[in-house]
Design a protein around this ligand. Structure first.
Ligand code: DGL
Length: 268
């Protein structure tokens, strides 16, 4: 048994889609969430910078006495997981491996599409993880940078979102991917629109759900689950407050964020 909280970080509020799954699958765990809202987006930054930011996020979470780290951000998971695993002596789970495992299980024609930020697609992290699981899997990656602002604007189910998705995903559709990984924290909120474009026969993988499953499995195997059966306590920290963070945050989390504290991430 280990009663310390789980630490979760993301470049901003999008990682709350992963937090939501953790809350659902591990309702008794305490969770500390850190959103690096001052330095968002990570998706257009260099590997070096993303590693530096990820190290600072983890050092901050460690100062809160956590027992494990969940990297909710696809960009940070794809660019920094190796470096942070080599640096910190604590279990670290990212979203890439769980997402790739779910996609490898789901595909029937071995054609998996990956959509994400420019950095995630460029990193090749999902193709590498997929090939390790099944060398016959072919992949096609498409960066969809406009999806993030569309979701943050609350336009996920609008004509604008649909037309943007059609423009980005047409090639993936013609290529006949039968499975598509939603490789960015924001994209699960576009699932209806993406499904409308890709068609009902295409399986859409939300790595958040599979990541939460893997965290639960890891904590169970290592006997690190919290002993107390009360509902977990949640703490939120951000590196900057925007006017709309409460509204955007509750959109991702599907419940209200009562209180969040601002911290200076450059001190870590
Ligand atoms: N959280 C990022 C991801 O999942 C998207 C936003 C960003 O570019 O920082 O890749």
């Amino acid at each position: 048994m280990d009663n310390r909280p789980i630490g979760v970080f993301d470049s901003g509020l999008g990682g709350l889609t992963v937090m939501k799954e953790l809350m659902a699958q591990l309702p008794n765990e305490n969770i500390v969430y850190f959103g690096d809202t001052a330095r968002l987006p990570y998706g257009t930054r260099s590997k070096e910078t993303i590693i530096k930011y990820s190290m600072q996020c983890i050092r901050f979470l460690l100062s809160k006495g956590i027992k494990a780290v969940v990297i909710a951000c696809n960009t940070a998971s794809s660019m920094a997981i190796q470096a942070v695993r080599e640096t910190f002596d604590i279990p670290i789970i990212g979203v890439i491996e769980p997402g790739a495992e779910a996609a490898a299980k789901a595909t029937r024609n071995n054609k998996v599409g990956i959509i994400g930020t420019q950095a995630t697609v460029k990193s090749g992290a999902y193709p590498t993880a997929l090939k390790k699981l099944n060398p016959d899997i072919q992949t096609c990656g498409v960066a969809c940078p406009l999806f993030v602002p569309i979701v943050e604007e609350g336009w996920s189910d609008t004509e604008i979102a649909y037309l943007t998705a059609r423009r980005y995903l047409n090639d993936l559709k013609s290529w006949e991917a039968d499975t598509v990984i939603l490789g960015c924290t924001h994209y699960p909120l576009l699932i209806n629109t993406i499904s409308k474009v890709m068609g009902p026969e295409v399986t859409l993988i939300n790595p958040a759900a599979d990541t939460a499953r893997q965290v639960k499995q890891m904590l169970t195997e290592k006997d690190m689950l919290r002993e107390n059966k009360d509902v977990g306590v949640y703490q939120y920290y951000l590196s900057d407050f925007s006017q709309s963070f409460k509204q955007i945050g509750s959109n991702f989390l599907n419940k209200n964020i009562e209180y969040a504290e601002k911290i200076d991430i450059e001190n870590y």
